[in-house]
Design a protein around this ligand. Structure first.
Ligand SMILES: [Zn+2]
Length: 369
């Protein structure tokens, strides 16, 4: 377990010197030339403590020349270059700018890094982790949920993002462009309830043996969460089955009917005779046996039949004339934090710390910054 601890120390070192933890999100890959513009545009090396040189025109054309870059025709010494808008007004070098910056086809807040990538260039958006959370929280949990549930979700999402960052620590970026739409297209970006939950838990993360935990979460477990091992092949001490009040909610039950033809085409296998052949200790389907005796894992079955149709692996299956009826409980893989359970617990007066220690037993809440 030395590696994660060492990485956390690496992570913490810059945090002590600078106020802001950032995430790096890949925006797009372009050809050999890209334009970047913004009010008060400046550029510098791609590092947290860089000093920035103003570009008075507010516009930069970045060209690839062999393995190196040129900015407005002048060669750049470092391999990549970082742009910030409104840099003249920013006194803190470690804080990405909040002024919008246009880069290629995107408009973002924070810094933009341009680096040589394959035959062309890659654009990376560097944004403060807390801004990222405020933007995505509303797409991860309904904003109408009680404040303590939203706070618990904010801590789980922050911890998850930091874990991803540590996993990709030496990479040029931590998250792919699919989350960028969530950040800048999210309708809930400015919702005061998500902002309040993020602000109230600022810098708080869940750790185990000093490293941020793998804070998996899901919509609804159906009454008992699943172990990390059975849900995701992540055998972790803080991802163990726990009881959950979401099972009492009628909405946690679901039914799905599928014809033989549908099942056959999804499984690419004749499915007549599909039956459950093994269950996990929480009674979720571990494996099924198909008509010809072939066996398939539950996780694979759910992937092939579709995560939105086969909402969970906690189901019974019945044969009908022309197919199957699946009757189940819960929505999602079931490991870790249960969102509907958190809502029920918060409605019952639990605070976010109590909710988190229920779903991640043994994990510690730490103020990281
Ligand atoms: Zn639950």
């Amino acid at each position: 377990m030395l590696r994660p601890v060492a990485l956390v120390l690496l992570l913490l070192a810059p945090l002590r010197a600078l106020a802001v933890e950032t995430l790096r999100i890949a925006i797009e890959d372009t050809g050999g030339e890209v334009k970047v513009s913004g009010r008060g545009l400046a550029f510098g090396p791609d590092s947290e403590d860089a000093s920035f040189v103003p570009i008075p025109s507010g516009q930069a054309v970045i060209r690839r020349r062999g393995a190196k870059l040129e900015v407005n025709g002048a060669p750049v010494v470092d391999g990549s270059v970082r742009f910030r808008a409104g840099a003249a007004a920013s006194s803190d070098a470690g804080v990405p700018g909040d002024e919008p910056i246009k880069a290629g086809g995107a408009q973002v807040r924070g810094d933009v890094v341009v680096r040589p990538y394959r035959d062309g260039l890659q654009l990376i958006n560097v944004i403060p982790l807390e801004d990222y959370l405020a933007a995505v929280l509303g797409s991860e949990m309904p904003v109408s949920f009680p404040p303590e549930a939203l706070k618990a979700q904010a801590v789980a999402a922050r911890t998850y993002a930091l874990h991803k960052k540590l996993e990709a620590y030496s990479n040029a970026f931590h998250l792919g462009s699919s989350v960028l739409h969530q950040v800048y297209g999210g309708v809930n970006r400015e919702d005061p309830r998500t902002l309040a939950a993020v602000e109230a838990t600022r810098g708080q993360v869940l750790t185990y043996e000093l490293a941020p935990i793998e804070a998996y979460f899901h919509a609804s477990c159906g009454g008992r969460t699943e172990s990390g091992h059975d849900a995701l092949q992540r055998d972790l001490p803080y991802l163990q089955p726990v009881d959950c009040p979401c099972g009492k909610l009628p909405a946690s039950r679901w039914k799905a009917s599928m014809s033989d033809a549908e099942v056959k085409s999804a499984l690419k296998h004749p499915a007549q005779g599909l039956r459950v052949s093994g269950r996990t200790p929480t009674r979720r389907v571990l494996s099924v046996t198909l008509g010809d005796g072939a066996s398939m894992g539950g996780v694979e079955l759910r992937r092939r039949l579709g995560y939105t149709r086969l909402k969970s692996l906690d189901f019974e299956v019945e044969r009908t004339d022309r197919g199957y009826v699946f009757s189940g409980r819960g929505y999602g893989h079931g490991a870790g934090f249960c969102q509907w359970g958190a809502k029920a617990l918060a409605d019952d007066g639990w605070d976010y710390q109590e909710i988190l220690s229920h779903y991640y037993p043994g994990a510690e809440l730490q103020q990281l910054y």
